[in-house]
Design a protein around this ligand. Structure first.
Ligand code: THU
Length: 129
């Protein structure tokens, strides 16, 4: 199985476990990291709405907790009519652990529909101070 297929399968699996009773919008994210392992997460909402976290946050937290350092590729899946794109905050979160060439795959139920580099999604990102 190729990496993109594995990322897709893991993101779907994560989305099935999403906790999103308030938006009814389930999202899964899967990462291929620099240690060549896969990590994944889902969105986890909260009755205090702003406390909820995006799927990308969960996947990144899992990657970091397991000792990997960098995202080679990330795939984001939602079972939605319009293709999901990561929110602005998640673009910044992804950029923190990426090179400008890190790939961001956007998927619907049919599979990956678009692939961007993180630099295309977040040009001129805040990276130094
Ligand atoms: N959501 C994500 O998990 N990732 C994104 O990139 C966009 C939005 C979640 C947050 C919330 O639980 C639900 O989707 C609706 O906004």
């Amino acid at each position: 199985m190729n990496n993109k297929q594995k990322l897709f399968d893991l993101a779907i699996k994560a989305a099935k476990n999403a906790y999103s009773p308030y938006s009814n919008f389930a999202v899964g994210a899967a990462i291929l990291a620099d240690d060549n392992n896969f990590y994944f997460g889902c969105n986890v909402e909260n009755i205090s709405y702003p406390v909820g976290t995006c799927a990308e946050s969960g996947a990144i937290a899992s990657m970091i907790a397991n000792g990997a350092k960098q995202i080679k590729e990330i795939l984001i899946f939602a079972n939605s009519k319009t293709l999901i794109v990561p929110c602005g905050a998640c673009r910044q979160r992804i950029a923190e652990f990426s090179t400008p060439q890190t790939l961001v795959h956007l998927a619907d139920t049919e599979g990956v529909q678009k692939t961007y580099t993180i630099d295309e999604l977040l040009p001129l990102s805040f990276s130094e101070f």
